[in-house]
Design a protein around this ligand. Sequence first.
Ligand code: NAD
Length: 496
Amino acid sequence: MTKVVNHWIDNKIVESKSGRTAPVYDPALGVETKRVALANGAEISAAIASAKKAFPSWSQTSLAKRQAIVFNFRELLNSRKGELAEIITSEHGKVLSDALGEITRGQEVVEFAVGIPHLMKGFYSENVSTGVDVYSTRQALGVVGVISPFNFPAMVPMWFFPIAIAAGNTVILKPSEKDPSASLWMAQLWKDAGLPDGVFNVLQGDKESVDGLLHSPDVEAISFVGSTPIARYIYEECAKTGKRVQSLGGAKNHMLVLPDADLELVADSAINAGFGSAGERCMAISVVVAVEPVADVLIEKIVSRMNKLRTGDGRRGCDMGPLVTREHRDKVAGYIDLATKDGAKVVVDGRGVKADGDANGFWLGPTLLDAVPTTSKVYTEEIFGPVLSIVRVKSYDEGVALINSGAFGNGTAIFTNDGGAARRFQNEIQVGMVGINVPIPVPVAYYSFGGWKNSLFGDTKAHGVEGVHFFTRGKAITSRWLDPSHGGINLGFPQN
Ligand code: NAD
């Protein structure tokens, strides 16, 4: 019988009765291994009710107890992350070492959230007026929804739920239906860590579940990560009712290479950032903008490295795994067809790759395109696969203007040995996360993650101080305790 990945409500697995499911594949085998439940209205309501019921008690649980449970979760995660990595590889396809890497980046946010007593501290000003004190505090919001994409089934949820939970909120995670099992493993870990019933719930589903969370008056805030069209929709739906929202969208990340750069480092970085996780990363580099005359030499160095990459089953020590579904693989391959039509040169073609894995796997090898016209959809659209494009420009200024003209603003990098040029770049570039000789500048957990333009809708980024602010509301209290000298009427503002 086919295994069904179900919901997690009230600290236990709840079998779906909706009668609707979607397939979950092992991308390296190319076969359906499970089905995932798609929630109906009753199941959506049950998850929200569970989180709502848990909130009063959890939000009033002492900071010390909440901190201890988050700490327990961190310890369990750290000691058992190999299990989670295997689950991720079996549903997403990324190689095991990369799955472990994603968990480690998520774990950083858990470690940050362990410091919640410090992060939620307010201010206190004594005697702002005679006998009057003002102080501020931050309080949890209530039930919050986290809606995550397929490409990081553990890390992206962990950008949000550790802080949300530590701050006293209760959470409903709606994972991607493409790789839903990691969420249940993490839910069980929370239970083992001592988290009370209803504080962390998992609702499996599709648009119906998402809309259920967006439109429920009992859900106070939404953290979303996914493609730009859906991110925009989430933001607009939340704005209609004034629901708090942070909605992270797609990307098209450029690497600007100046002629004085260390080209060995550039070539290594282009490979790692272009083909890691088969290009299915929102911070992947998809365009190398080469300031001439470096392009030809750089291409040679990149190609020699590409020839050594092993594409195959992520459990066999390969460098790069398959794409997540056959449909996505075909979509990405379609961009290579289009590149040829639009006049680009296919330098390395991944369509014929010989993978170290099952013949039915969703394989597409690393692909390099040169002379990509910036009018082509291959350049303007997010491809989200192992396709790296080279665009040649004449100067630093032309490169910066090109990057700034794009619709996305997630990540970018400059490669140079000129400190002045790097400093100008960090100031002039209109992108939220910038690397200087670093190809994937994902900020550490105590800074905040998020892009500009079509890569983020809403004002608050993920994790770091902005994450703590997103999951809490500030309150300022003005207080006076009467003393015997009090008295008198004064209709104005107190002056002294
Ligand atoms: P997606 O937009 O297809 O799905 C994301 C989530 O939205 C999933 O949970 C999905 O079930 C839900 N969803 C899908 N269609 C919906 C609809 N019509 N209405 C409501 N909800 C819907 O994204 P994906 O393919 O899972 O993930 C890849 C995308 O995510 C890429 O565009 C990538 O750049 C982006 N991403 C961005 C970041 C970032 O930090 N900016 C991080 C990771 C991924």
